[in-house]
Design a protein around this ligand. Structure first.
Ligand SMILES: [Zn+2]
Length: 415
């Protein structure tokens, strides 16, 4: 049954959404990867309709889209606000039991199951004294990544609908499944989205805007050996597992490895090994902010594989590279307005904008290359993908204000 959502605050919306288990599954062959994501997505479509966004609906893949029509005569570019409903498969998202600490006093936060959110590991907590902090009971993740983004977009749309004096162009809302498994935009039709520019509202502390992602490729290397009965294989068997092991041992350890780098440094990383004497398959990923570095890393892998097969006469290898995503900074620098207007909106709210990069990908990276330049804006979440996840009610309200203000800036700057 439809219930008017008008009276809800952003945090009430958030507390409602986190109760839905929306974990995605990297091993699933379905789209979306888990059916349960669609339960929340359908609910969101209903809520948007209830607010007055008449065209709100969920499509067969689970994407929820809705339009807030322009309320001015000017030709304002259409912008989209995008968030994902799925939660990371790294930590359970079922039976989330949020806890609220009202008027936080600056102390370490002890969760119900005994885990602690320490102030020393969470320096941002010092800025949250007096805030109302939402955590879990320690047994699950919270799902602020990215249900905070969902709640903030919902609340911003509700605000704009109930404050018709705030001028804005056409605004699109888009909620996606499967972002956490890198498939958030796989089936997304950007024509149907119909936006010229977008903002994902997905993780990050107050004022953060991310305009760069890694460039990312996947690499599959297969070592072929020669199998023989182990009792009678002298001089015959070439064990591909041993070749693969030698290759892995040759991978960089003190540099170019995820456990050895940070900041703007890239890496090569072996994700999985499967095989037997005859065939061993390695899956690797390569990452860097500079596109040309990926080629260097792929060359390095090839050279190492060539050296390896020379040590195992009779073995062979083949290597395949699959493009995954590219640094959205390449696109965003051609459309500086998208970032500038978000910075302007934050300054107007008295926030200190922090431009940064993300050592991973976002839905925005793929959208940017599909023709919709899309940086990522903060949603106020901390310690994502962890039972120590937390967010504050007041930070969520600031994110709502930032969304509303961005809509205002685009309207003002349009001619
Ligand atoms: Zn996220």
């Amino acid at each position: 049954m439809f219930v008017s959502t008008y009276k809800f605050t952003c945090s009430e919306r958030f507390l409602k959404y986190v109760k839905y288990d929306t974990e995605s599954d990297p091993d699933s062959m379905m789209y979306p990867s888990t059916r349960k994501q669609k339960v929340l997505l359908k609910e969101l479509a209903e809520e948007l309709k209830g607010m007055g966004l008449k065209d709100a609906q969920m499509d067969e893949w689970g994407y929820v889209m809705a339009t807030l029509p322009s309320n001015v005569d000017k030709n304002v570019p259409t912008i989209a606000f995008i968030a994902h409903v799925d939660t990371s498969p790294q930590v359970s998202g079922a039976n989330v039991k949020p806890a609220i600490i009202k008027n936080y006093g600056g102390e370490d936060i002890r969760l119900e199951n005994g885990l602690t959110i320490d102030v020393k590991d969470n320096p941002d907590l010092k800025d949250k004294i007096g805030h109302d902090i939402i955590t879990t009971d320690g047994n699950t993740l919270l799902g602020a990544d990215d249900k905070a983004g969902v709640a903030e977009i919902m609340d911003a749309m509700n605000y704009l609908l109930s404050h018709p004096g705030v001028k804005h162009g056409t605004i699109k809302v888009c909620f996606t499944p499967d972002e956490e498994i890198g498939k958030g935009t796989d089936k997304l039709d950007v024509k149907e989205l119909g936006a010229q520019f977008g903002y994902t509202i997905d993780s990050g502390g107050i004022g953060e805007i991310k305009t760069e992602t890694f460039n990312a490729d996947g690499v599959t290397i297969k070592f072929h050996g020669i199998s023989a009965h182990p009792g009678y294989s002298k001089g015959k068997m070439v064990n591909s597992i041993k070749a693969a092991a030698a290759f892995i041992d040759g991978l960089p350890k003190d540099s170019l490895a995820p456990e050895a780098v940070e900041g703007r440094e890239g890496f090569v990383h072996c994700l999985s090994v499967t095989g037997n004497e005859e065939l061993t398959t390695l899956k690797l990923i390569v990452r860097d902010f500079e596109r040309k570095k990926l080629k260097e890393y792929e060359e390095l892998l090839k050279t190492l594989a060539e050296c390896t097969v020379r040590q195992f006469p009779g073995s062979k290898f083949d290597l395949e590279v699959h493009e995954q995503y590219r640094n959205m900074g390449e696109v965003l620098e051609k459309f500086p307005k998208v970032t500038e207007y978000a910075l302007e909106a934050m300054r107007r709210l008295g926030l200190e904008p922090k431009i940064g990069d993300t050592r991973g990908g976002t839905d925005g990276a793929r959208l940017s290359f599909k023709g919709v330049p899309t940086p990522n804006l903060f949603d106020g979440s901390h310690n994502i993908h962890s039972p120590l996840e937390w967010i504050t009610v007041q930070d969520m309200e600031l994110a709502v204000k930032a969304i509303v203000e961005i809509a205002r800036v685009w309207e003002e700057k349009a001619s």
